[in-house]
Design a protein around this ligand. Sequence first.
Ligand code: AMP
Length: 473
Amino acid sequence: MTFAELGLSAPTLEALAHLGYEHPTPIQEQAIPPLLEGRDVVGQAQTGTGKTAAFGLPMIEYADPDDPEVQALVLTPTRELCIQVTQALRAYGQRHRVDVVAVFGGAPIRDQAVRLKDAQVVVGTVGRVMDMIDRHHLFLEQARYVVLDEADEMLDLGFLEDVEAILRRCPMGRQTALFSATVPPEIQRLADTFMHDPVTIRVRSATLTIDTVDHHYVEVPDREKPDALVRVLKEERPEQAIVFVRTKVGVDRLGRRLTDAGVRVKTLHGDMPQGQRDGVMIAFKEGRERLLVATDVAARGLDITGVSHVVNYDIPNSPDIYVHRIGRTGRAGESGRAITLITPRQRRELAAIERHARTQIEPWAPGERRTQRERAEREAWRPRHTKPHSRDGVPYAKLILGAGRTDGLEPADVVGAVVDHTHLENDDVRHVRVLERFSFVEVPEPRAREVAEKMSGKRIRGTRLRAEVTNRP
Ligand code: AMP
């Protein structure tokens, strides 16, 4: 599926190309067409699935830049999510001249009220939106496209009545979309009361991410955790990492320990003044800070593209939280690393996470990361063909290899093995697919048998390979 096939306009497609989105995610494939048709949608999906674009792209298509009224509204439970959705909508609407305005508590109401005068799309936290309505700064009589984002969080935070009051201010004939990680009875009731024959879409967990992440653990006694963390950070050299700590006090304490050890970090938790929290968040999002130590609550809904590492300094209380935390790394096809510190008594909890997330968490080994990095650098420098050749017209054949993800294989390993053991070059190798227990790779047909013979018996990541030419399509 392509974004064009979903029915999006040329300016939107340009904006997406600019952002580097190549293919729609499952929730986008399923939600965008009915939303463009004007249908109501209930989407069960978490952060990390691409839900913001799922409702945001049709919203941008819907908004008319020549109409000065507020035409669309997104309600969010937290200011963090509010800021993030606003940034995303502005990016999607780059080519559309639509004014997207954020309203959230903790910042001067007067400045936001001034900006609301030009707003066509409003993204707001529930409390501040109520406030703006009461003070006659915000009018929703023309808001015909309304989104409730992370509805279950709004319920948990006690905002449901306000949400209902806001919905009653919007036109009856509006289109409503509701996104929620879970759908408890109260949310179902809200949907039944305020939505019209919605299309229901369910996407399992953070599908964008979990498969593209390498999971590791480090086992140490409790008192050695700070030193272990410093070791991990020095060895891994993350581009950007979030370190999760269970409590606010723990965040502060670890922040100090790391600073004392000469590691530059910022901390984020709910007891910090709002202004300071925003400052940290923005500095991290813009890449000015590399390491963030945070509680789950403070980092909730905070999506940070390009975070290379998630470190669980404290093992999460439940497997769900693990998946949710990891949802912050390995975005958009880039692979990420997740490292969890456990004490010897927490092995059982780790096993529960492995089962729930259907993934393997391997012991962390110092040095491994360095080897990976060095190999990537080597491959980047491997000399290219000196004489250009066209692969057009050359038939390709598919090889099947008797090793896969369970053996720790990655696509780069397969390409590396072919190139190391034959005379083929990187460019000759194509369509590598690493499955659970097998992998496939395509090579030029005239060389296929020879490649299979040369690779058979060789080791990749400690596994001895079997390679055969296959007739499978
Ligand atoms: P969300 O679940 O909306 O918080 O989005 C998760 C992350 O995935 C964000 O960083 C988006 O920018 C990114 N993203 C969303 N859709 C796509 C896509 N189709 N291709 C690549 N990245 C995407």
